[in-house]
Design a protein around this ligand. Structure first.
Ligand code: COA
Length: 149
């Protein structure tokens, strides 16, 4: 794996939003719903300082992890829930995703909680990534029901 010179992982700041949205656009190839930037920035205002970090290479934001502390809703011990993690395609597979998640896990550890996230069962790429950095399956199974008429 190629290593990156000048890589810094730091806590996310409110003025990172434009860069984070750009990274997200580079990953997905589209703008998310108009509510995403608002949701993301209100997240930061609500939870700051939180478990959210950015990766910078020579001053440019190239990756992010957005997480907060939740759990009471599910009658579980509190956990550091990872909402999303993304690395600019130009910088993927160089250890940045791992470092972002490790920073979040370190913060969780200091707070005495575990890191958790939900992903699609069909997302093999993400499952491989998570297993390779040490995640194991948790205890949730989703149940869904539509209107039966
Ligand atoms: C998932 C993602 C964050 C990984 O970031 P990254 O910087 O490329 O990952 P890293 O280079 O840190 O890789 C960490 C480990 O995952 C493995 N990995 C990375 N990409 C992989 C792939 N495509 N398939 C299998 N394993 C992969 C690496 O081999 C590495 O394992 P190792 O340390 O044992 O060699 C990045 O691919 C991404 O932004 N994807 C799109 C957005 C997304 O799916 N986000 C998650 C949903 S919220």
């Amino acid at each position: 794996m190629k290593q990156i010179k000048g890589l810094t992982i730091r806590l996310m700041r409110e003025d990172d939003w434009a860069s984070i949205i750009e990274v997200d656009r580079n990953i997905t190839g589209k703008d998310r719903t108009p509510s995403w930037p608002q949701r993301a920035s209100s997240h930061l205002r609500t939870y700051y300082p939180s478990l959210s970090f950015v990766a910078e290479v020579e001053g440019r934001v190239v990756g992010f992890i957005l997480a907060d502390i939740r759990g009471a809703e599910y009658a579980l011990p509190l956990g550091g829930w990872i909402d999303s993690v993304g690395v600019d395609p130009e910088y993927q597979e160089r250890g940045i995703g791992r470092k972002l998640i490790e920073s979040c896990i370190e913060e969780c550890h200091l707070k005495g909680i575990k890191a958790r996230l939900m992903i699609k069962e069909s997302d093999q790429h993400l499952q491989k990534f998570l297993v390779s950095i040490g995640f194991q399956r948790g205890e949730f199974t989703e149940f869904v029901k539509g209107f039966a008429g």
